[in-house]
Write a protein that binds this ligand. Structure first.
Ligand code: MN
Length: 210
């Protein structure tokens, strides 16, 4: 049974064979106890290494592939390419997607936590987060293990039927900003297990998938 026929996760499910991938199919997951939305950043050693930046919005994880990953330096404008909405359960996914399957490669949870919407209109009123993304600009404060403080996502190309969307993920110049911050994905450690991509791949090959 598809618990969400034709819904936000239709594209996610269409691309995957759940008898062959360890990724979650996704059902209904309750929001956090205080309703604070979550975020997760995964490292995905796929055809091209990239980070997947995901924010919980209206019951799903809105997702962007960020080739170089988030930066704590406000001067870095990181390209962020939207990908299909993912189920909330994906925030815990770490493991290996088999060769030949969509997104084949190893995934680790690099950072996770909660965020707060900082997007306001000209009168200073908060703009609902989903609406802000529809309009192509959202600001938020991350409270993770590695990522902290304000960030913005801004659409710079596409949208409204205008082809492939391109966004930028940029750190706000606040007390959490740091110059010259870059993460080497091959040395980075999981916020879940403390393991690297290589260790997670080795565990999976040994049949000890988490
Ligand atoms: Mn990915």
């Amino acid at each position: 049974m598809n618990p969400d026929p034709g819904g936000a996760l239709a594209q996610y499910r269409r691309r995957r064979d759940f008898s062959r991938t360890p990724e979650p199919k996704g059902g209904r997951v309750a929001a956090g106890p205080d309703g604070t939305p979550s975020f997760v950043v995964q490292i995905h050693d796929a055809t091209a290494m990239h980070f997947d930046f995901r924010l919980e919005v209206d019951g799903v994880l809105k997702s962007w592939a960020v080739p170089k990953g988030p930066s704590a330096d406000p001067h870095d404008k990181r390209l962020a390419m939207p990908t299909e909405d993912h189920p909330l359960e994906y925030r815990d996914f770490e493991g290996v997607i088999a060769p030949g399957e969509y997104g084949a490669g190893t995934v680790i949870v690099w950072d996770e936590g909660t965020y707060r919407n900082l997007t306001a209109d000209r009168a200073g009123r908060e703009v609902p987060f989903g609406e802000a993304l529809d309009h192509g600009h959202a600001s938020f404060r991350l409270d993770g293990h590695k990522l902290h403080g304000g960030y913005s996502l801004t659409r710079i190309r596409g949208g409204q039927g205008g082809g492939r969307e391109v966004w930028l993920l940029v750190k706000h110049a606040d007390g959490h900003a740091r110059a010259g911050s870059t993460t080497d994905p091959r040395r980075a450690r999981s916020a879940h297990s403390g393991h690297t991509l290589r260790q997670v791949a080795a565990e999976s090959a040994a049949g000890n998938s988490p």
